[in-house]
Design a protein around this ligand. Structure first.
Ligand code: 5GP
Length: 193
């Protein structure tokens, strides 16, 4: 199997990971997004096979049993997310590198399995209020119920403890600055051997 590189973006929900990953994908044609499987419900603005593969719990369990995931996590109670081995293989076969947007444990798991060809970046925000605001804005778009916001905020403290285990931490205060730093990190990584 062909082997390329991988960039792992992790960080709490609301840290800006998704915005950053869309930006990076638009700038580097060599990068392709790894589409994960999830058991959560599809949101209005999402497409199956583009944002996620939305699958049933039974299907998810079947894939675990068949060892089809390179990593998977119960990211929130009863909500499962996982990366398929064949997703990575497909991207490498097409001569591209992989970009992951995964939770902190999944990110560290990938880093451990691919220590020599991965770049792991933790996106951090300096205040829980900023996160809360972002999640509430999303909520107004009907993304989350209130208990889902609280569930995500509760997780942040625990997630931040793992930040130092990543190759780089980016404090996302100013999106413009964050994008600039990301461009630097990503180009250094993908254009050097
Ligand atoms: P959301 O439901 O907001 O799309 O994502 C919730 C969390 O799940 C985010 O932190 C996202 O990065 C993470 N996530 C998405 N796909 C995967 C995956 O394949 N594995 C793991 N471990 N986490 C994932």
């Amino acid at each position: 199997m062909k082997k390329g590189k991988m960039i792992i973006l992790s960080g709490p929900s609301g840290s800006g990971k998704t915005t950053i990953s869309h930006y990076i994908l638009s700038k580097f044609k060599k990068l392709k997004f790894s589409i994960s499987c999830t058991t959560r419900n599809i949101r209005n603005n999402e497409k199956h096979g583009k944002d996620y593969y939305f699958i049933s719990m039974n299907d998810f369990i079947y894939k675990i049993k068949k060892h089809q995931f390179v990593e998977w996590e119960e990211v929130y109670p009863k909500l499962f997310y996982g990366t398929l081995k064949k997703e990575i293989e497909k991207i490498w076969e097409s001569n591209q590198h992989v970009l992951f947007d995964v939770d902190v444990k999944g990110g560290l798991n990938l880093k451990k399995q691919y220590p020599n060809n991965s770049l792991s970046i933790f996106i951090m925000v300096n205040s829980i209020n900023v996160l809360k605001k972002r999640l509430i804005i999303r909520n107004s778009e009907n993304f989350f119920h209130k208990n889902q916001i609280n569930m995500r905020l509760k997780k942040v403290k625990e997630e931040n403890k793992y930040a130092k285990l990543f190759d780089f931490i980016i404090l996302n205060i100013n999106l413009f600055e964050t994008k600039k730093k990301m461009i630097q990190l990503v180009s250094n990584f993908i254009y050097t051997k």
